[in-house]
Design a protein around this ligand. Structure first.
Ligand SMILES: O=C(O)[C@H](O)[C@@H](O)[C@H](O)[C@H](O)COP(=O)(O)O
Length: 256
């Protein structure tokens, strides 16, 4: 039975620093347990701050980065190296400074890759790459220790947007057309894929997220608020700053 936890920090800098420290510990624990660790990265502003905090952390190399498997939860379907790609932003903020094993780094396909501008084919390709790394007993997906998710003002996570057909997708990876958040074409892990993770961390900063966070932790459904539809097998962790926590349901009010 998954455990839910909400942690509120007074300001964005503390949210980013503490999330970075938490991820370093989580990855080192996973490596101690299984010899490797697997994390699914997200895009966005608070995620970039977390990546930079990891980069600058004195504890950074407690993680053996050569034994970390990196996947992405979603990607803007743009040419390789485009500054708007989540991969480009993660590499600039953190990855380029780490001793990663390139064979363990799995960016989502670019729009100038082997599938050209066919986002559906690119999504299928990523699904195959995931399946090729799947864990025993799970035909389609590797073991995800942690999936990181930013939360949109509208309650989206990854590129699963409210009332979008992708909210009903059962395949692990989907193309997304008509994204309300530019660019319009993306690829994303779906809610069922995200929910295979041991832990899902939802990270939100700023007053603009307060409504979506409050609805997700109240009674919203996953089509209306996709963030309401994600949960880890062991832990669903909300990492918030005070501004994003401003509309938490009464049972969480003591945290703010
Ligand atoms: O490709 C993307 O845009 C992200 O994956 C997206 O899901 C992001 O995490 C949220 O929109 C929050 O972004 P901010 O932290 O910048 O508000």
């Amino acid at each position: 039975m998954t455990q839910s936890k909400v942690v509120v920090h007074t300001e964005p800098r503390l949210l980013a620093e503490s999330a970075a420290a938490r991820l370093i510990v989580r990855l080192t624990d996973a490596q101690a347990e299984r010899g490797e660790a697997t994390v699914v990265l997200t895009g966005g502003r608070i995620a970039a701050q977390i990546y930079q905090a990891i980069r600058d952390s004195p504890a950074r190399d407690a993680v053996d980065w050569s034994r970390v498997n990196l996947w992405w939860g979603d990607e803007r379907f743009l040419p390789a190296g485009d500054p708007e790609r989540n991969e480009t932003q993660a590499r600039a903020a953190l990855l380029d400074g780490l001793k990663l094993d390139p064979a363990r780094v799995h960016p989502m396909p670019a729009s100038d890759g082997p599938d050209g501008d066919d986002a559906e084919a690119a999504a299928a390709r990523y699904a195959t790459e995931l399946a090729d790394s799947s864990r025993p007993g799970h035909a389609e997906l590797p073991h995800f220790d942690v999936v990181l998710l930013g939360v949109g003002e509208d309650g989206h996570v990854a590129s699963v947007f409210p009332e979008h057909p992708v909210t009903l997708e059962t395949r692990p990876v989907s193309a997304v057309r008509g994204s309300p958040k530019p660019p319009p074409v993306r690829t994303t892990l779906t809610l069922p894929a995200i929910n295979t993770a041991d832990e899902v961390w939802l990270i939100a900063s700023g007053a603009g997220k307060a409504s979506a966070v409050g609805l997700a932790l109240a009674s919203a459904g996953p089509r209306q608020i996709p963030a309401a539809g994600v949960h880890g097998r062991d832990l669903t962790l909300w990492l918030l700053d005070s501004a994003a926590a401003h509309e938490l349901p009464p049972r969480f009010r003591s945290l703010v």
